[in-house]
Design a protein around this ligand. Structure first.
Ligand code: ADP
Length: 265
């Protein structure tokens, strides 16, 4: 669930698609919490990894899920043979270390868990730990970043307005054609022609959203297809496996996507 401070020494590759780097830097300097909104696989996590490297801050990532409790974030007493010992959770560690704390898919977490973030997002930047009676002020450099996929389970789950209003929101979409091709080429170890063809295919498949395709192909899926093709899998087979099959079980949608693959390659 938690990825510890990564302290990346080499630059995580990130191709900017707009003003996001400057905005992140400004938010970091101004102690503003940030929400990255956008579909899955469009580069949000990579962007945060890149920014942590750029700002020279440790990064602590938590993948949220519906069982995630406030204690999972803040910490808990562990029972040991010689008594109990407090152990900081990932949020507390980030607050003490002045790390960037990235809560991926925040909407998955329960509302009572999300509420513990509130005092950290206002000017006080405090984390109260009820169980130990501590009140921790966030160390310089601490920043809260959350990701949120607006299309996903919208009707079932959403963030409370009182939570949303605590964040500056950056909208992410899939990169423009040439940028996405450059990313697929580099990350998928593909040649330029294959990367361009995969992006063209993705754009056609993304148009099927109007016909009921719930999740459209992300840049991540294109990279997976490119890697399979680069490793010797026949390109159409690579697309069926990495793009078509993960997206739907519906026969007519699968058929329509396979037709698009066959028309592209
Ligand atoms: P998300 O967090 O939005 O679900 P990721 O950050 O995991 O998506 O992106 C999936 C993959 O797509 C990344 O591992 C990276 O290879 C690639 N990617 C997407 N957008 C970019 C970008 N702008 N620059 C570099 N790589 C990108």
């Amino acid at each position: 669930m938690t990825k510890p401070s990564n302290g990346a020494t080499t630059e995580p590759y990130y191709l900017p698609v707009g003003q996001e780097i400057q905005i992140f830097e400004q938010c970091h300097a101004s102690n503003l919490a940030l929400m990255l909104k956008g579909p899955t696989g469009c580069g949000k996590t990579r962007f945060v990894e890149h920014m942590a490297w750029r700002l020279k801050r440790p990064l602590i990532t938590v993948s949220c899920h519906d069982d995630l409790s406030a204690s999972d974030l803040i910490g808990r007493f562990l029972v040991r043979f010689d008594g109990t010992q407090w152990q900081d959770g990932p949020l507390t560690r980030a607050v003490r270390e002045g790390a960037i704390c990235y809560l991926d898919e925040i909407v998955e977490a329960r509302q009572d868990t999300v509420v513990v973030l509130h005092p950290l997002t206002d000017h006080r930047r405090l984390l109260p730990i009820d169980k130990t009676g501590e009140l921790i002020e966030a160390a310089p450099g601490f920043q809260l970043v959350v990701s949120y996929n607006p299309g996903y389970q919208r009707l079932l789950k959403d963030l409370k307005p009182s939570t949303r209003q605590r964040f500056v929101a950056l909208d992410f979409t899939f990169p423009a054609t040439e940028q996405e091709a450059a990313i697929v080429q580099r990350e998928g170890r593909a040649d330029h022609a294959l990367a361009q063809a995969l992006v063209a295919l993705a754009q056609r498949v993304r148009a099927l959203q109007d016909r009921g395709l719930a999740e459209v192909p992300s840049t991540r899926l294109l990279i997976a297809a490119a890697r399979l093709a680069a490793s010797g899998v026949e390109v159409r087979e690579a697309c069926y496996t990495a793009i078509v099959s993960p997206l739907s079980d519906d026969e007519s949608l699968v058929g329509a996507m396979r037709d698009l693959v066959d028309a592209t390659f």
